[in-house]
Design a protein around this ligand. Structure first.
Ligand code: URA
Length: 437
């Protein structure tokens, strides 16, 4: 078997065998297959697709390229949630403490920002001294003691995905349904949770542009997870505008504290939907009892205290969670509406790009992040505005301000007519089928 034969086969739209898939995943991970041959194969997969069987085999090969975490010694239900990425998507930061208050364990490995999307690990590192690189033992101990912990993906969890993802990122091969499916599911199946909720985003700020494509991706991931013996479901959610009105690292922590203190905004409703579905998937709750437990965790202040407890257990300064006004934020500027009307659309990706220009994201993998910059959106799709009203506050330290303001101004469309209502969720997929919202 040679890699050239495998590339030729996929180029000619033929189905690869399990042995051929194991061969190229293992060969690329151990360095015997070089980037240029893997790039050719990835492009052939992107253009010609993979069958469900091939996608399952690729997921399995990537899953077994490194460690498979075993959390069974926790002696309880271990849940995980994965978002396919977006702008202002800080849901994990609220979900981890809320779910821990609902008597399930959350052992979460998250990523850094990628392209215009923000990363949970970067947001957490804006809390002084927060440690996202706990040892395996410390991670386990914090989950056991506090109920939740969030760390960066450990070096040996699905190493094939790490190498493949970095190559896809620079070869135009990210948005392929089988490749995204194998990438996400290999990590989820390796991370030790028994119940998994996938939050698959669609829209201008997501990898899947339409709800139909997001549903196709979600259905494949749920099928693979179910075959692997997991309780798994997927929500298809809207990423046509930033999920949180706060976008940027420290600002998103402040936005999460607002939700944990009881603020009911778009972010709250999305967090609630994900939490309820996840708790119901565990079998410990119905959607109704999950809603009571969720709301009680917030109303009693337990979820906010749990967040502070997790931050402290991970060596961070928990006073920033209890007093978020301690975060140093950049200087304020505003973008105003150029005309009167209704906000009818947003290019969410450009709001993410604006934050990157301010220094809040990376242009290159090695860039340092300025945690203090970002934006607070003052409008959402459907808002009524008058010319001159602020549509966005921009917090900056001088860098990239003009470009960021231009991007935001062009990203927000204002029209005469009120647009149709934007629902947070489009569908829920589980082993029982698809439920439309
Ligand atoms: N998130 C992942 O982890 N992998 C992908 O391929 C896309 C989004």
């Amino acid at each position: 078997m040679t890699i050239i034969d495998i590339i030729e086969k996929k180029k000619n739209k033929a189905e690869l065998t399990t042995d051929e898939i194991n061969f190229f995943v293992n060969g690329f991970t151990d360095g015997s297959i070089p980037d240029y041959q893997m790039s050719a194969l990835l492009m052939a997969i992107l253009l010609n697709g993979m069958t469900d069987r091939e996608t399952f085999d690729m997921t399995n090969a990537m899953l077994h390229s490194g460690d498979v975490v075993d959390m069974s010694a926790l002696g309880g239900v271990v849940v995980d949630k994965h978002s396919t990425g977006g702008i202002g998507d800080s849901t994990t930061l609220a979900l981890a403490p809320i779910l821990a208050c609902c008597d399930v364990f959350v052992a979460k490995m998250s990523g850094r920002g990628l392209g215009f999307t923000g990363g949970t690990i970067d947001k957490l590192e804006s809390i002084p001294h927060f440690d996202t690189a706990l040892s395996d033992k410390e991670f386990f101990d914090v989950v056991k003691r506090v109920g939740c912990a969030v760390i960066g993906q450990t070096a040996n969890l699905a190493p094939a995905d790490k190498k493949l993802y970095a190559l896809r990122d620079v070869t135009g091969t990210v948005n392929s349904i089988p490749l995204i499916c194998a990438s996400i599911m290999s990590k989820k199946l390796a991370s030790g949770a028994d119940t998994i909720l996938l939050d698959v985003k669609y829209g201008s700020g997501a990898f899947m542009p339409t709800p139909e494509l997001a549903l196709e991706l979600a259905t494949k991931m749920v099928a693979i997870g179910t075959l692997a013996g997991k309780n798994i479901g997927a929500l298809i959610t809207d990423m046509q505008q930033p999920l949180s009105d706060h976008v940027g690292n420290s600002l998103e922590i402040i936005g999460i504290v607002d939700v944990l203190r009881g603020k009911k905004n778009r972010l709250y409703y999305e967090i609630r939907e994900v939490a309820l579905r996840l708790l119901a998937l565990t079998g410990k709750y119905t959607l109704e009892t999950a809603e009571i437990a969720f709301q009680d965790a917030i109303d009693s202040g337990s979820a906010l205290n749990k967040f502070a407890e997790m931050v402290k257990a991970q060596h961070g300064d928990e006073s920033y969670i209890l007093h978020p006004e301690k975060f140093e934020i950049g200087r304020r500027d505003v973008v105003v509406a150029e005309q009167s009307g209704y906000v009818s659309g947003m290019v969410a990706a450009d709001i993410g790009r604006a934050v990157t220009h301010l220094g809040g994201g990376r242009m290159q993998k090695t860039d340092a992040i300025d945690f203090s910059v970002g934006v607070i959106m003052k409008v959402a799709i459907g808002s009524k505005v008058k010319a001159g009203d602020p549509i966005c506050e921009v917090y900056h330290n001088g860098k990239g301000l003009d470009e960021a303001k231009r991007l935001i101004s062009n990203a927000v469309t204002i029209s005469k007519n009120k647009p149709a209502e934007h629902k947070i969720a489009y569908a829920f997929v589980s082993r029982d089928g698809v439920e439309m919202y």
